[in-house]
Design a protein around this ligand. Structure first.
Ligand code: ASP
Length: 341
């Protein structure tokens, strides 16, 4: 029996058209697909239904509430389809793929997020392959997780990063193996795919507010005043991008005091490394231990996108502070390897 796939089109370059002002969005994505993938060829494909969102967006305009809309869309149709494809702009695709992974925990079917660097409307494009392959991957029962597909790589959504502005190989997961490599054949890496869950029961929060979660890259000379001014606003989470295995200056007591004060006010301060590979081990150096003493929590080897969306998810679920601190350090859906504080 033919599989049935649901495609949610949210916008992005994949559906854009050339204009004097650069690429712009226009309605009519379904028509564009019909032109590019005529029925003669689509006969070889699974059946799919395309839902074009009423106002497709450039993904630079995305806000957390949009993630919930996509997740609800999938949850509402979960029983009717074998798999799901989300078409999305590349700029914030890794955020959306990460956010969906937290909202769809317990997923037992593939959800494949994809887009392209050149629109489907152009003669030379990467859109057609990304779209067709994503649809095919969405039929594969062995992929019970939210993934990002791009240019022959199937990546875990919450491990993915946009690494190139213009290359077709724009996405990678530098800190986690690819879930599959796609050439002539689809070579799934069964060793790293998530297992099928015992049961699927989604619990989506009622709303997804934009919380002030501030990523802050440490730089030589960073001051306590800067930390104070950021954390005295309505900040709920601070993601510190530290040096190496999670180090920050330990020779500036004012800086550590500022972090400690913020921590005592209930702000979750997470330590992520500026490095692309490996994770945070706050106990390796005195400079990392000083952060732990100030109440900073190790984010292990999570990506910034995963940490940012995970905090949003935990805040939106209305958990108390202790629970959030515990969950942020737990692996919920493959975003985090064993953590060493
Ligand atoms: N600005 C576009 C977007 O993220 C870029 C893309 O889709 O490649 O929507």
């Amino acid at each position: 029996m033919k599989k049935r796939i649901y495609i949610a089109y949210t916008g992005g370059t994949i559906g854009m058209h050339r204009s004097p002002n650069g690429y712009v969005l226009k309605p009519g994505f379904a028509r564009l697909i019909e032109d590019k993938i005529p029925p003669r060829l689509s006969g070889e494909m699974p059946d799919y239904d395309l839902h074009e969102y009423p106002t497709p967006i450039d993904s630079s305009n995305i806000v957390p509430a949009d993630w919930l809309r996509v997740a609800r869309d999938i949850v509402d149709r979960y029983q009717d389809y074998d798999g799901f494809v989300v078409l999305h702009g590349t700029d914030t695709m890794a955020y959306t793929a990460s956010a969906l992974s937290f909202m769809l925990q317990g997923l037992d079917k593939p959800v494949i997020v994809t887009g392209s660097q050149i629109p489907l409307s152009e003669v030379r494009n990467d859109a057609q392959d990304n779209l067709v392959t994503a649809i095919e991957l969405a039929c594969d029962f062995h992929i019970p997780e939210v993934c990002l597909y791009f240019n022959g790589r199937l990546l875990r959504g919450n491990r993915s990063l946009k690494v190139k502005t213009t290359g077709f190989d724009a996405f990678d997961s530098p800190n986690f193996p690819w879930l599959a490599q796609i050439g002539i054949h689809i070579e799934l890496n069964h060793r790293v795919l998530l297992p099928h869950p015992p049961a699927t029961q989604f619990e989506l929060p009622d709303s997804y507010a934009t919380h002030q979660v501030v990523p802050l890259q440490l730089f030589p000379g960073i001051s306590a005043d800067l930390i104070d001014s950021i954390t005295q606003q309505s900040c709920r989470g601070l993601i510190l991008r530290t040096y190496g295995v999670g180090n920050a200056p330990d020779n500036d007591p004012a800086l550590l005091d500022a972090l400690s004060r913020a921590n005592k006010r209930g702000i979750i301060i997470l330590n992520l490394s500026q490095c692309l590979q490996g994770g945070v081990h706050q106990g390796s150096y005195a400079t990392g231990s000083a952060l732990a003493n100030a109440g900073v929590i190790s984010g292990g080897d999570m990506t910034l996108e995963a940490a940012f969306t995970k905090l949003h998810h935990l805040f939106s679920c209305g958990l108390d502070e202790d629970k959030i601190r515990q969950k942020i350090q737990s692996n919920l859906c493959g975003e985090l390897s064993d953590i060493e504080t």
